[in-house]
Design a protein around this ligand. Structure first.
Ligand code: C2G
Length: 129
């Protein structure tokens, strides 16, 4: 069983998230997604519109996702890789190079980010709608 692990906020779930999750799942048999809690996002300096309980349930409903776990801290990734025996760690390439240290534990893959869509651009569009 090849396990893939990724993390994100997934605010205003959009096609960029779907594209990432679909390609991440295609790299293995099981995809585990760490969804950032509201408290962790506050520490990331990232404001979200959709609360963690909804964001995690929305991600869980995605057919590419097998398990959702809370992401509470920057430092939990290595532990999660061990806990879930992850073989591949995936992030969009806006994080290119940032998690190369995890290469000591598993394969690290950065996937091309979907252009022209982001949670912040959606918020902007909604605000002027
Ligand atoms: N993403 C993408 N294309 C977009 C937007 C996002 O491929 N147009 C990817 C990001 O690269 C990331 C995932 O979708 O891999 C989730 O994106 P965010 O919800 O913005 O996650 P972020 O706030 O970057 O949190 O510890 C890692 C952090 O939790 C990542």
């Amino acid at each position: 069983m090849k396990t893939v692990l990724t993390y994100g906020t997934f605010d205003l779930f959009h096609i960029g998230h779907v594209n990432l999750l679909r390609r991440a799942k295609a790299l293995g048999d099981r995809l585990i997604v760490g969804v950032s809690t509201d408290e962790f996002n506050a520490r990331k300096g990232k404001s979200t519109l959709v609360p963690f309980t909804h964001r995690s349930e929305i991600v869980r409903s995605c057919r590419f996702v097998d398990l959702v776990i809370p992401e509470c801290d920057w430092k939990q990734k290595a532990d999660d890789i061990q806990t879930y025996q992850a073989n591949v760690f995936v992030m969009g390439d806006d994080w290119q190079g940032k998690f190369d240290d995890l290469g000591a534990l598993c394969e690290v893959v950065y996937l091309e980010r979907t252009k022209e869509v982001s949670s912040s651009s959606l918020k902007q569009a909604i605000s002027v709608f």
